[in-house]
Design a binder for this molecule. Structure first.
Ligand code: ATP
Ligand code: MG
Length: 321
């Protein structure tokens, strides 16, 4: 089944399109990353998919229901974690969750069970009676995720769930999200401009100016760019270039830094070079393509306002194991 489907989706603010003809398919149970810089239209997309903003044109279905025609059915099946915190700082964690349980229409008893289950899952049980004002940013985020899950959604939307979190807290949030997905089979759709978060996705869309620039699995995106870059210095680069061509069938480009090669798997080539080239290797560097490279490849510009990370596509596959 398809958890999220968008066909020719547009959102205009005045005469400017914030979402400009979006086509999207997210499989049930998938974790889908929507990666784009500030102002790309990520929040606008989530607003339409979660029935908070009416599409100007096109259509979308979430959990099998049309967002414009059947918004109540959609709302019953989704959870939302907004980009900006919407917790009530003066209330405790439990009180915030109870408020949400009321909105979900849970009975008192069902609410009590759901709240205690969620606090447990997000490891917040001991802080249930603490006013949210005293929570760190990371704890607040976890509480917001707990709140998003209260209605037992099939699809969870998270708008930049980890922006502003330090690396350790971000890892903790992902640990919880990955567990949810394993244990509950929930579909997770999240936006980010942190390159390294792509490692948690089954599929990624790279999105800018209201359009998907490219879409695929992390491995597919890597294969578009293709290659690792290897820069090699030997005792005699001219002879090395000849040997690379004859013995390895590789075209080496001389640069001031050494011979530059593009190969599919730099890590396995390097040991072979050292043993089979027949020349002493002085230095070698291997660089894997980054999502920034993918962005550059498709748009001619680097990703704007990217996060601190330089997550490489080589480590992206790790989240899939
Ligand atoms: N209510 C609004 N009225 C007018 N323009 C808007 C409104 N909301 C967003 N925009 C514009 O639409 C574009 C997309 O905004 P959106 O918030 O969807 O981007 P985003 O990808 O979520 O960005 P960020 O990473 O900063 O959260 C931007 O140019 C923004 O200025
Ligand atoms: Mg946004």
């Amino acid at each position: 089944m398809t958890a999220i489907l968008a066909e020719g989706l547009y959102a205009y603010y005045g005469t400017t399109p914030a979402v400009n003809g979006l086509d999207l398919t997210v499989a049930d149970g998938a974790t889908y990353g929507f990666l784009g810089p500030n102002g790309a239209g990520k929040t606008t997309t989530i607003s339409m998919l979660t029935t908070l903003l009416k599409p100007t044109a096109g259509r979308a279905e979430v959990a099998g229901f049309d967002v414009a025609a059947r918004p109540a059915e959609v709302r019953r099946r989704i959870g939302i974690v907004f980009q900006e915190s919407t917790l009530d700082m003066d209330l405790t964690a439990v009180e915030n969750l109870r408020f949400q349980a009321d909105l979900c229409g849970l009975t008192r008893r069902a609410a009590r069970a759901a709240i205690s289950g969620m606090l447990d899952m997000m490891e917040l049980t001991e802080r249930g009676d603490t006013p949210v004002r005293q929570f760190s940013t990371g704890l607040r985020r976890r509480l917001e995720i707990a709140r998003g899950l209260l209605g037992n959604p099939r699809v969870l939307f998270l708008d930049e769930p980890t922006t502003g979190l330090d690396a350790q807290t971000r890892a903790a949030v992902w640990e919880h999200l990955n567990r949810l997905r394993r244990e509950e089979g929930i579909t997770v759709f999240f936006t980010t401009h942190q390159l390294e978060e792509a490692e948690h996705c089954d599929r990624i869309a790279i999105f800018d100016r209201g359009k998907v620039i490219t879409e695929g699995s992390p491995a597919e995106l890597k294969s578009i760019i293709g290659a690792d870059r290897v820069v090699l210095r030997t005792e005699d680069d001219a002879r090395a270039a000849g040997a690379l061509s004859e013995r390895f069938g590789l075209v080496a480009e001389p640069t001031p830094d050494g011979l530059r090669l593009r190969v599919s798997d730099g890590a396995t080539l390097v040991p072979r070079l050292c043993t089979d080239l027949g020349l002493a290797v002085r230095s070698v560097t291997v660089t894997s393509p980054t999502l920034d490279d993918v962005f550059l490849h498709h748009t001619g510009t680097t990703i704007r306002e990217s996060g601190s990370g330089a997550g490489t596509l080589s480590n992206i596959g790790e989240g899939l194991r």
